[in-house]
Design a protein around this ligand. Structure first.
Ligand code: FAD
Length: 411
């Protein structure tokens, strides 16, 4: 393969890469996406947030996503012992879509990438980025599946490599996450749920009855299957014995609600585990590259924010990049990293408050003010960048005020 010259080289064809590629292509930029795997490929992260539908629409992919037959999603449900509560995402403070989908990521990511390709984006599958050179104009070193190496010269690089974290590794940008290391065990099941009150339109987050920092996701799909997973600090999962499958179902059965719901469930995919997935970086962008989605910071799966952050970062980076490609000076810290981190930090506030129990007290408090619930609902629906929402603008202080109120009245 000959060396190639493009405007923008994108590492990875997951949601952040596909959306960024489409948005740049729409503006007449020459884009090349390098993807080391072949699609469809499995990825975890199956429950979307309504906010991300805006970026899917902007990228001209809404029809394709709506027609694909994915499971409709309109909110999130939470269970702790005998308490059950729901957030309806259409009843929220911020304007914008209030519904979305629960998706098998293999199919979903392929659909986005194929739609980008139909729009005219070039994607090289089975091509792995192995090195980067930023001394002059950026150069990526790529090896294809036949072992042939070539170079891509680009004006700019977008790293959308997810947990591959290509540029953080190659450029020594890795920084430890400020969140404790947690593990997840997960699989897909044929759920055989016959409880008529079970709401397939919502992700169900269940809290472990004894350890409030262990939680489970149950994400229904449209084909009578669900994604099921458990998350906790490794020492809390240490007592589990046997195969991953035995471990997962032993802990699922510790939560009586899930045990009942999944009494007839059958595993249809090999169980998998991920450990220590939270990650951070020292630099999100310079005038030669920007990190998107998980290639930058990854917090935690509890609020299903991963794909939304991935797409939000793609849209924000493209906006700054288009200016730079037109000759304007862009301050990547001020124009990209800081505004992106505003929303990420809002999620961080809620993630931390979930694990230390503060936010769980708010979620399960039944007499809350409906206006405040709408503001919190906006964040859970992904609108964590809406500075008009007081719970975004001052996330920690506002949340703590509500926590104190709920605890006082519940006492
Ligand atoms: P990815 O989707 O990971 O895509 C990256 C692509 O880059 C891959 O296809 C990979 O093959 C490619 N790549 C990697 N290295 C190279 C290389 N060297 N050269 C070329 N290509 C390369 N998010 C949600 O929104 N909802 C959820 O319910 C949810 N649940 C989660 C549960 C768990 C346990 C975890 C750990 C995460 C969860 N997430 C969830 C997060 C979600 O998985 C990610 O945030 C999301 O997939 C990020 O998308 P992305 O585009 O950044 O990267």
């Amino acid at each position: 393969i000959n060396n190639l010259d493009v405007d923008v080289a994108i590492i990875g064809a997951g949601p952040s890469g596909a959306i960024a590629a489409s948005l740049l292509h729409q503006q007449g930029k020459k884009v090349l996406v390098l993807e080391k795997q072949y699609f469809p490929r499995f990825s975890i992260g199956e429950s979307l947030l309504p906010c991300c539908m805006q970026f899917i629409k902007q990228a001209g992919m809404l029809d394709a996503v709506e027609q694909a037959g994915f499971q409709f999603k309109d909110g999130a449900a939470f269970r702790y012992q005998d308490q059950y509560t729901t957030f309806n995402f259409t009843d929220k403070f911020t304007a914008g879509p209030g519904t979305t989908f629960q998706v098998q990521r293999g199919q979903f990511d392929k659909l986005l990438a194929d739609t980008a390709a139909q729009q005219g984006v070039s994607i090289h599958y089975g091509h792995t980025v192995t090195q980067v050179d930023l001394n002059a104009e950026p150069v990526l070193h790529v090896t294809d599946d036949n072992g042939c190496a070539y170079q891509v010269n680009a004006k700019f690089i977008l790293d959308a490599s997810g947990f591959g974290r290509v540029l953080p590794r190659l450029l020594n940008l890795e920084k430890p996450s400020n969140l404790p290391s947690r593990s997840a065990i997960f699989t897909h099941i044929e759920d055989n749920i016959d409880d008529p009150t079970f709401d397939r339109n919502k992700i169900l987050i269940s809290v472990h009855p004894q350890h409030k920092d262990i939680w489970y996701w149950l994400i229904p799909f449209s084909n009578n299957r669900c994604s099921i997973g458990v998350v906790g600090e490794p020492h809390l999962l240490q007592h589990l014995e046997g195969t991953l499958e035995q471990q997962l179902f032993a802990i699922v059965n510790e939560e009586s609600g899930l045990k009942r719901l999944l009494a007839n469930a059958k595993i249809v995919q090999e169980c998998a585990t991920l450990k220590g997935y939270s990650a951070n970086v020292s630099t999100l962008a310079t005038n030669k590259f920007a990190l998107l989605g998980n290639a930058g910071e990854f917090l935690d799966p509890v609020f299903s924010s991963g794909v939304t952050i991935a797409m939000q970062s793609a849209a924000m980076a493209v906006e700054s990049l288009l200016k730079q490609l037109e000759g304007e000076t862009v301050d990547w810290q001020q124009d990209y990293a800081e505004p992106l981190m505003k929303g990420v930090n809002t999620f961080r506030t809620y993630v931390q408050a979930w694990y230390d129990g503060r936010f769980q007290d708010v979620i399960f408090y039944q007499q809350g003010n409906p206006k405040i619930k709408q503001m919190i609902c906006s964040i859970l629906a992904g609108y964590a960048w809406d500075a008009d929402n007081p719970f975004v603008a001052e996330s920690e202080r506002r949340l703590n005020t509500i926590v104190a109120l709920c605890r006082e009245t519940a006492a």
